[in-house]
Design a binder for this molecule. Structure first.
Ligand code: MTE
Ligand code: MO
Length: 237
């Protein structure tokens, strides 16, 4: 890290919101897009510190022999009849809806997604409760879907909606990160329903709750409302 950056961190902690340093941080992509709004100064500083320390850095990747023998499934699959009907049909009728600030909104079946270039990674899912497991995930890089649908420059966040009612969001920095995938495969098979099948967002640089399961819609927006979750919005690890 350069001296300038170190001084910037020290100065930033002393001075803060409203100062020239704060504005500079915003212009350099060091603040969450709505830093003056819903997050507050402490949260925004966590984000800035993490961005300074890790930049575009990748989450750690592991080797095949480190994959956990028994991955830990958390929670229950969606209980709705809609979900059960889709599951009974092997998710052949399931579609991912993509809309919001994109030039070409549309819907994608699993077969559509699988026809596009895939990425895979062996990474660790870390729950905020203290447990974790390592698995191999395969899916469509979100950056590819962004190109395909033409995300507009105005877009600052991606909101993802799950079929069990969960909603979460990431900023465009994480949406474009090469390790961010829309996964349909896990450990060489279709993604099990217990782990979020048919489609789960995988954001390995953040805690497990940002890896939204049962995703059926993603939308791009220029502002976040506080609808998302009780957890901290930025969950860098
Ligand atoms: N839709 C949805 N996504 C979710 C959750 C959930 O309950 N519903 N739980 C989150 C939490 S807290 C964790 S730790 C991981 C658990 O993933 P796993 O079931 O593969 O262990 O999924 C995250 N994504
Ligand atoms: Mo979690």
């Amino acid at each position: 890290m350069s001296n300038g950056r170190r001084n910037f961190i020290a100065g930033g902690v002393a001075g803060l919101a409203g100062t020239a340093a704060w504005r500079l941080a915003g212009q350099s992509g060091l603040l969450p897009p709505d830093s003056s709004g819903i997050y507050g100064v402490g949260h925004s500083l966590t984000y800035a510190a993490q961005r300074l320390l890790t930049g575009q850095a990748n989450a750690r990747e592991f080797s095949r022999d480190q994959i956990s023998k028994i991955p830990h499934p958390n929670g229950k699959p969606p209980q709705s009849q809609d979900f059960q009907r889709l599951q009974a049909n092997g998710f052949a009728d399931w579609q991912l809806q993509v809309d919001g600030l994109v030039s070409r909104p549309g819907s994608f079946s699993l077969a559509d997604l699988k026809a596009h270039p895939s990425g895979s990674q062996i990474t660790q899912l870390i729950c905020e409760e203290g447990w974790s497991y390592i698995a191999e995930w395969t899916g469509t890089p979100l950056a590819h879907l962004l190109e395909l649908t033409g995300a507009q420059p105005k877009a600052r966040y991606m909101l993802a909606y799950a079929m069990d009612g969960w909603v979460d969001s990431i900023d465009m920095h994480d949406a474009r990160h090469p390790q961010t995938l829309l996964t349909y495969g896990m450990n060489g098979t279709n993604l099990p329903v217990a782990h979020g099948g048919p489609l789960r967002l995988r954001v390995p640089r953040q805690l497990g709750y940002k890896s939204l399961k049962y995703v059926s819609r993603i939308t791009f927006t220029d502002q976040l409302k506080e609808e998302a979750s009780d957890y901290s919005w930025y969950a860098g690890i």
